[in-house]
Design a binder for this molecule. Structure first.
Ligand code: AP5
Length: 210
């Protein structure tokens, strides 16, 4: 968990590689649906472009379906889900039905003032999805992806200052109330995300017991 641009995706990808556990990002799933022009994508597009939250029903159905796939059998890292109390309650129910225990809930905490710069500077390799930043993580060779060598990069449609402001508002109003929800269950761990990426990763690996 954490605010838009807090580093959830960056860190979850690293944990996926480190632990070999699949990374499920509801934002990535929705963007794939928008790109593919599916019914879900058509419903979600305008909501995402406005920086608001997609309906709980749609998101919960998407996660319920995705977590049934074979690659989730030995666990999964949720990124960007749950984001509302009804989603958290639906997750509790889903996990109970599956006989799966939620091990930890990690909040990557970053002050709002840092987030606009992080988000508006973000870009991604269009071929392999590797994430970059104009200032904090540039490709080693300018214009060439370090991982796959592609020269094709994209920026997200919702990474404008206006939309990030709306996303932050949604985060504070609808998602931040989940922090006390998980604290009361004794699951919440707070990590200081306002540090270099490697320092944040080291902290995550420590709390995950490596
Ligand atoms: P989603 O894709 O989940 O976006 P988000 O939560 O706004 O988070 P971001 O992906 O923007 O940021 P991040 O925390 O992953 O940061 P990143 O690692 O990329 O959701 C998009 C939309 O989909 C939502 O607005 C909503 O409409 C919908 N949606 C998704 N899930 C939903 C749900 N459950 N319910 C309802 N609607 C839902 O890092 C950002 C940048 O900073 C990168 O360039 C990175 O290189 C850089 N960076 C990362 N860490 C550091 C660091 N430590 N120091 C310096 N730079 C850093």
């Amino acid at each position: 968990m954490g605010p838009p641009g807090g580093g959830k995706g960056t860190q979850a990808k690293r944990l996926q590689e480190r632990f070999g556990i699949v990374h499920l990002s509801t934002g990535d799933m929705l963007r794939a649906a928008v790109k593919a022009g599916t019914a879900v994508g058509q419903q979600a597009r305008a909501v995402m472009d406005a920086g608001k939250l997609v309906s709980d029903e749609l998101i919960v159905a998407m996660i319920a379906e995705r977590t049934c796939l074979a690659d989730c059998a030995s666990g999964f890292i949720l990124d960007g889900f749950p984001r509302t109390i009804p989603q958290a309650e639906a997750l509790d129910k889903l996990l109970t039905e599956k006989g799966v225990t939620l091990d930890k809930v990690i909040e990557v905490e970053v002050p709002d003032a840092r987030l606009i710069e992080r988000i508006t500077g973000r870009f991604t390799c269009a071929k392999c999805g590797e994430g970059y930043h104009d200032k904090f993580k540039q490709p080693k060779v300018a214009g060439v992806c370090d991982v796959c060598g592609s020269k094709d990069f994209t920026r997200r449609a919702d990474d404008t200052v206006e939309t990030v402001t709306a996303r932050l508002k949604a985060y504070h109003a609808q998602t931040a109330p989940l922090l006390p929800y998980y604290q009361a269950k004794g699951l919440l761990i707070v990590i200081d995300g306002d540090r270099p990426m490697d320092a944040v990763t080291a902290d995550l690996e420590r709390v995950l017991g490596t």
